[in-house]
Design a protein around this ligand. Structure first.
Ligand code: GLN
Length: 495
């Protein structure tokens, strides 16, 4: 360590609401999410329009790719904990993502799946580890942590909104090469931002093997890089054939649970183990949340396409544009406000604890799906209903998301011991992978089997599905509140 390097103590004893390093991570993640959501936004359209897939095949593959991306965060988290450290993982993941997008930009039709495979690996190394670093900016018990994650979450959504809009626009109206090239360039900005600012993170994110002899450490690091490259054909095969996705999803979850138990038992200390079990319960609940929430990419987008008016508060709007952008916009608007509300409540000693926030998330989720259901009462005789009411439901679901997603990132960093931080964050995102996967199944169950069914029938099918989701969300929220004393006991001093 050079004598001038900033220390952890200096970083963590920042004045004001946010540490300055949070802004560096904010911008790095913002660019990464631009690249990720840009890729995600064009995925289905590209596969149908360019690769000739049917929309059913494209939907299945879209779900598979999303599930893989989030599932690989678990692996990326473990390698960061054991060998690379967060910083190197981030550089490695970022560079792999850049190469993936450049390859697709170079030859979209031929290299698409190969490039997507690289994006899966790259995101796996990048995504969980940047969130873990945000957690390390704070001392244990610092009540500003949730607000910090709230701000970070805004950055995520600014990137998501811009990437989703720009890449789809470039792809549809100019060329697919430009869309993927834009994602690659922006990812370079992300890696560059991190490269220029990472020294400000001092010891945060360094390899856990710093005490080892330099050459031994480098050999292990090299093995991770080589192993990742060798896994490319395997992932490639798995995304080409969606049957394999099912097998993969059936196995990665149980493997993760067994590994989690193994690592938890190994900790030895009962207090630490209890916290890990609490984190695990939050992660389990988050699967349910994401399974419902992710209807946005599936059933809600089909509902928007057919059953909504083109008028939002009197302004002409495409309902699918509203479906794709309103959530990010609401996050950007409300996340900082909610963050400040938590800080203010903490100063008055009335801030709800994390279990209550999670419970609230489910109540908002239930409310939102009730509003999606209630759109049916605003429908005309043809089965077309109000875009205003639909958008109001997005506002409600976003408040729910803000009570769960940034708070979840934060609590995972509070409850995990340092040496398991990456893996636990990976598990948090693995839950998203399962949520994504279940979301597809739920959405498929809601759509009418007959594509040519009248819109009134479609409206009925979707809205009755949303009513059911609303009830289940309510049950999950109530269950969480009932078990909250147990979870709070497990969490001990953590709020
Ligand atoms: N929208 C958030 C992000 O992109 C949360 C994703 C998730 O966990 N499903 O980071």
């Amino acid at each position: 360590m050079s004598s001038s390097e900033i220390t952890l103590e200096q970083i963590q004893s920042f004045k004001g609401k946010y540490p300055k390093q949070l802004w560096y991570l904010f911008f790095t993640e913002m660019w990464e999410r631009f690249c990720f959501y840009g890729m995600r936004g064009v995925l289905a359209i590209f596969m149908v329009g360019q690769l000739g897939l049917t929309s059913k095949e494209a939907n299945l593959k879209y779900g598979a790719i999303q599930a893989f991306v989030y599932a690989f965060t678990f692996i990326g988290g473990i390698f960061a904990d054991k060998i690379l450290g967060f910083k190197r993982s981030l550089f490695f993941g970022g560079i792999i993502m850049i190469i993936g997008n450049l390859l697709i930009a170079f030859s979209p039709n031929d290299l698409f799946y190969f490039g997507i495979t690289l994006s899966i690996i790259g995101t796996g190394f990048f995504k969980p580890n940047i969130s873990s670093m945000v957690g390390e900016l704070y001392k244990e018990g610092d009540s500003r942590r949730d607000a910090g994650f709230g701000l970070f979450y805004s950055g995520i959504n600014i990137g998501a909104l811009l990437g989703g809009a720009l890449c789809v626009w470039l792809g549809k109206y100019y060329s697919w090469s430009y869309a993927f090239l834009a994602a690659a360039i922006v990812m370079m900005l992300g890696v560059g931002t991190f490269g220029f600012t990472q020294s400000q993170l001092g010891p945060i994110g360094k390899s856990p093997l710093m005490s080892l002899d330099g050459s031994k450490r480098r050999i292990r690091e090299l093995m991770v890089y080589i192993g990742s490259i060798l896994s490319i054909p395997l992932i490639y095969i798995m995304i080409r054939n969606t049957d394999y996705t099912d097998y993969f999803m059936y196995s990665i979850g149980p493997i993760a649970v067994v590994y989690f138990i193994f690592e938890t038992v190994r900790q030895g200390d009962v207090a630490t183990q209890k916290k890990l079990i609490a984190a695990f319960i939050f992660i389990l609940f988050s699967i349910v949340f994401w399974a419902f929430f992710e209807q946005s990419g599936g059933s809600l987008s089909l509902f928007a396409e057919k059953n909504l008016t083109y008028s939002l508060l009197g302004i002409t709007m495409d309902p699918n544009v509203v479906n794709n952008t309103s959530n990010s916009l609401f996050v950007i608007l409300f996340s900082p406000l909610l963050g400040l509300l938590w800080v203010w409540m903490a100063s008055k000693k009335i801030e709800p604890n994390t279990v209550v926030k999670f419970g609230l998330a489910f109540l908002f989720l239930a409310g939102a799906f009730y509003v999606f259901y209630a759109t049916k009462f605003f429908a005309n005789a043809e089965g077309i209903t109000s875009l205003n009411v639909f958008t109001a439901a997005y506002l409600v679901i976003t408040i729910g998301e803000l009570c769960l997603s940034p708070i979840g990132l934060s609590i995972v960093t509070k409850l995990s011991p340092k040496q398991m931080g990456g893996m636990m964050m990976g598990m948090w995102f693995l839950a998203s992978a399962y949520g994504q996967y279940v979301a597809g199944l739920l959405g498929a169950g809601m759509s009418t089997p007959d594509e040519a069914a009248p819109l009134t029938e479609k409206l009925e099918a979707y809205t009755s599905g949303y009513l059911q989701l609303s009830l289940y969300a309510l049950v999950a929220g109530v269950l969480l509140i009932i078990v909250s004393p147990v979870i709070r006991k497990l969490m001990q001093e953590v709020k």
